[in-house]
Write a protein that binds this ligand. Structure first.
Ligand SMILES: *Cc1c(COP(=O)(O)O)cnc(C)c1O
Length: 425
């Protein structure tokens, strides 16, 4: 695609964009004067779809009108409510419905999955993570190691090579071929939160399985952003949240994937509650525990319907549009963003995210030499909402659902003037 560095070009792209109508279905935050923010933090908290209010209102009304009978009488009965989300969520991550369930929050789900899939022995107990794993994931695996009587030192870090920012999958292969006999689990961020690098999940699964290590993927920055083909990748399990690219509201429930090959394995150790007990006899009470097949077999509690309603509002939109169309726009939009950043032509700016669109989602992580947080503050004063990561990186995620080419153009224009102001002083 041939890009141009003009506002007119950006506006023309928006006119030709088949998905531009979606922007109007979101609440775009505004400043005090009523000017729209340029919102680039869908990787942190996605914007609110206008439809979300109606979806939640429906459940509030059904609760008001039916009380406990809402479990069966509500327009969307609460008893099977999570099932209304499964099919669409499975499509987003490239899974079969039996492999997916919406429940709990991300870190909780990682722990529940490790109860089943991190089964260390005296000799095979180490866990591999990326050196720049999201802190919650690191704490989770450290605490699992300690819980099983091992030490935090038993985490093996997959690091970028000296002087590089990105991970090289050959290095993971080396780690596993050299130390695989001691490694029980690989828990890897499918899209790294810091660099935006999208890793080859299939290759990670093959590398892990070659030495009988279990392979789990954190898809917090992948779900709704890239198309991870979880089933075909062969990874054993995955977990993600829905408040980032899936626009379902602060602290909303997460998604969980357990590969079909484990779906009927009743011998996997796991924690139990009434919600992973056989649906058909759940309310006979006094039954011995009979675990359900598939991902539903990891649920514990009856779920919060109000949060699920917000997820349903979002997933219905994803189903209407489809990941394929979203990815197509996303590659163009982020490609344009990259083109404009490179046009600034400053040696102080470096995009650390891979330049190959197949190795990234919508986010670009922009390293600005000698910058400090005042750069982020200036951007914010100009209504540009980005995410600052110490020491010197701006993370910026134009999402195909609600960001426009004009947003991207205006962002880079502001960044460029802020940086050149700095130079004159
Ligand atoms: C956002 C994010 C989390 C947050 O976990 P919660 O349990 O939802 O608070 C964890 N891990 C990764 C990789 C994330 O990006």
């Amino acid at each position: 695609m041939k890009y141009q560095n003009t506002l007119q070009f950006a506006q023309q792209q928006d006119k030709e964009d088949k998905l531009s109508y979606l922007r109007n279905r979101f609440h775009i935050p505004k400043d005090k004067k009523g000017n729209n923010w340029l919102y680039f933090t869908g990787n942190s908290l996605g914007l609110q779809p206008k439809a979300t209010k109606e979806y939640i209102q429906q459940e509030l009304d059904d609760w008001a009108n039916y009380g406990v009978e809402g479990h069966f009488e509500a327009k969307n009965p609460w008893m099977p409510y999570h099932e209304f989300l499964t099919g669409n969520m499975a499509k987003i991550v490239g899974a079969k419905p039996i492999e997916v369930v919406v429940m709990n929050t991300l870190t909780t789900n990682l722990h529940l999955l490790m109860v089943s899939f991190y089964r260390p022995t005296k000799t095979k107990y180490k866990i591999v993570i990326e050196s720049d794993a999201f802190p919650s994931d690191r704490y989770a695996v450290q605490s699992q190691l300690k819980f099983h009587g091992f030490s935090e030192e038993d985490v093996i870090e997959w690091k970028p090579r000296k002087g590089e920012e990105l991970l090289n999958i050959d290095d993971l292969e080396t780690i596993v071929s050299e130390q695989g006999d001691e490694i029980a689990l690989l828990l890897i961020g499918g899209v790294n939160y810091y660099t935006g690098q999208y890793l080859d999940l299939k290759r990670i699964a093959e590398i892990g399985h070659s030495k009988d290590c279990v392979v789990g993927i954190d898809l917090a920055h992948g779900a709704g952003n890239i198309s991870p083909e979880l089933h075909n990748s062969g990874v054993d399990f995955a977990a993600w949240c829905t408040y980032k690219y899936l626009n379902s509201g602060p602290g909303s429930l997460g998604g969980l994937f357990v590969h079909e090959k484990h779906s009927k394995n009743k011998d996997l150790p796991r924690f139990a509650g009434w919600w992973n007990h056989n649906k058909d006899t759940r309310f006979n009470m006094r039954q011995p525990f009979d675990v359900m097949d598939g991902a539903e077999g990891w649920q514990l509690s009856n779920p919060p319907i109000l949060s699920m309603a917000a997820i349903k509002a979002s997933l219905d939109m994803f189903a209407e549009v489809g990941m394929e169309a979203l990815r197509e726009k996303s590659e163009k939009l982020t490609g344009y963003f990259e083109f404009l950043i490179n046009q600034i032509g400053s040696e102080d700016i470096k995009i650390i995210t891979p330049s190959n669109p197949k190795e990234r989602g919508c986010q670009l992580s922009i390293q600005v030499k000698n910058a400090d947080k005042s750069l982020h503050k200036k951007l914010t004063e100009n209504n540009i909402i980005t995410d600052w990561r110490e020491p010197d990186v701006i993370r910026c995620a134009p999402t195909p659902m609600y960001n426009s080419f004009e947003d991207v153009y205006r962002m880079v224009n502001s960044l460029s003037s802020i940086l050149s102001e700095g130079k004159e002083v």
